[in-house]
Design a protein around this ligand. Structure first.
Ligand code: NAD
Length: 450
């Protein structure tokens, strides 16, 4: 297989011209990116439908809409973000001024997964462009229609020496990783994240790793159960559970478990029965993932759903009860429309059980008690999350989005995306009108001279 040094060489030459650093150039590029999305909405929806059976509504709110808002926000703030930031100086630096300059790293490699194939490739690209970098995108091979469309559109919108798309699988990515990039932004599984970090270590390339894991959703005895049921069902079953921050499992207080599950089942029927019947529910991306997720249905007992079709690769929204930590469904990130339910009575034991596992990417708390909310926030480390909602935290450009521990390194969105792709160059501008003597050797009287 041919390597990619030619793309890197062309991008490096282009970067050296300094054009990508010009703020007007960046603004023009971001505007073109927004126009590209807006003028191909139908093509994008069609590709997402073919790859994942995504509805137009989901494609808009979870892919294009998020990107357009991110572009709008970035364009609004970019002139401010690109200014050198003046910071304070210390007493010993009397007469000087201090600034932080944000400078682009150079060439960024962006590797993205299949679950939100457009959003998770383009959102980091917005940051890379805003910060003044060139970029190579490597979208997922499991969503070929969207990846191909993205390659075509990016090709028409940007010269290859500025932004280019490389299509292919793990082998292609491995070849790309042989090249020396200046930044690697990876979104995907924990196991591949480790592969990426190892490859990056060879050149000491800085990385952002947006990974996954099992995100708990706690429903306390004082929660508004009707609202909790609606917001959990939406966050879990959007994109058929193939969302990195979907509630992976429910941890429900014993006292309200029966009542909550009754409401939850009614809510699922209300929100999804029609969609499933009409064949409009998002499908599982591949047969391998379909077999993996259906294999987890043997854990515990099926409280709701459980039907699936190998022909259409769909699994209906499913709730599993009588599940224990030892069941297969609790051993890996589910990444499908299957929601196991654990119960707790003792809060400390519940917290301990979560803490005995890798730090989650997201955590959700449904409770009216500030004391309970604070106890969870104080005692469990996780990437980010919501109180009395699910998933919504990732759609705010004001909240940096990322994991901690095994769920990831670094965070982006909004100003965070600009910062991720910028090196912070610290500069002290010293005065030449006087020179304080006390730092120099052999000046025993230095302090007296101040
Ligand atoms: P994945 O890790 O299998 O693949 C991600 C990318 O890496 C793809 O482009 C793929 O081609 C490439 N890749 C796969 N194997 C590779 C290898 N051995 N060497 C080099 N490159 C390789 O992930 P996926 O299945 O596409 O996505 C699902 C995972 O992504 C889940 O774990 C999910 O939680 C996580 N995810 C995280 C976020 C986030 O923002 N934190 C968002 C979406 C998905």
């Amino acid at each position: 297989m041919e390597g990619f040094s030619h793309i890197l060489k062309r991008q490096r030459d282009f970067f050296q011209t300094g054009r990508t650093k010009d703020v007007s150039f960046r603004i023009e590029a971001l505007t073109s990116l927004g126009d590209m999305i807006r003028s191909h909405e139908t093509d994008i929806m069609t590709a997402l439908k073919k790859d994942l059976n995504k509805s137009d509504f989901d494609s808009y709110i979870s892919e294009m809409g998020i990107l357009l808002e991110e572009i709008r926000f970035t364009l609004k703030h970019i002139r401010d973000w690109t200014q050198p930031r003046k910071v304070k100086t210390t007493m010993t630096q009397l007469g000087s001024k201090a600034y932080i300059y944000s400078e682009p790293y150079g060439i960024a490699l962006i590797i993205s997964p299949w679950n939100y194939p457009l959003q998770l490739a383009i959102a980091p690209l917005i940051g890379a462009i805003a910060a003044g970098n060139c970029a190579v995108l490597k979208p997922s091979e499991l969503t070929p229609e969207t990846s191909k469309l993205m390659a075509d559109l990016i090709n028409k919108t940007f010269p290859e020496e500025y932004v280019s798309v490389v299509q292919g699988d793990a082998d292609t990515t491995q070849l790309l990783l042989k090249e020396k990039f200046d930044y690697i932004f990876f979104t995907g599984s924990v196991s591949v994240g480790k592969v990426i970090m190892e490859a990056a270590a060879k050149y000491l390339t800085p990385v952002t790793l947006e990974l996954g894991g099992k995100s708990p959703c706690i429903v306390h005895h004082d929660a508004d159960l009707k609202l909790a049921a609606k917001r959990i069902a939406w966050g879990k079953f959007i994109n058929a559970g193939q969302t990195c921050v979907a509630p992976d499992y429910l941890y429900v207080h014993k006292d309200i478990k029966e009542q909550f599950l009754k409401t939850f089942k009614e809510t699922i029927i209300d929100l999804y029965e029609d969609i499933v019947k009409k064949g409009e529910f998002t499908r599982i991306v591949s047969e391998r993932h379909f077999n993996r997720v259906t294999g987890l249905l043997s854990s515990g007992e099926i409280l709701h759903g459980g039907n699936y079709s190998k022909d259409t690769l769909t699994i209906e929204p499913t709730v599993l009860g009588s599940v224990t930590w030892d069941d297969p469904v609790m051993q890996e990130e589910i990444f499908g429309p299957v929601l196991p339910v654990l119960e707790y009575e003792n809060e400390s034991a519940m917290i301990q059980n979560i803490n005995d596992h890798p730090k989650p990417l997201a955590l959700y708390i449904f409770s009216e008690s500030k004391e309970f909310q604070d106890a969870i926030l104080d005692s469990i480390s996780f990437g980010g999350g919501c109180i009395n909602d699910t998933v919504m935290h990732l759609s705010s450009p004001y909240l940096p989005f990322g994991g901690v521990g095994e769920s990831g390194i670094g965070a982006y969105h909004g100003r965070g995306s600009f910062d991720v792709f910028s090196h912070q160059k610290s500069i002290l501008k010293q005065t030449t009108t006087f020179d304080l003597p006390f730092r120099y050797p052999n000046r025993k009287d230095a302090l007296k001279q101040i």
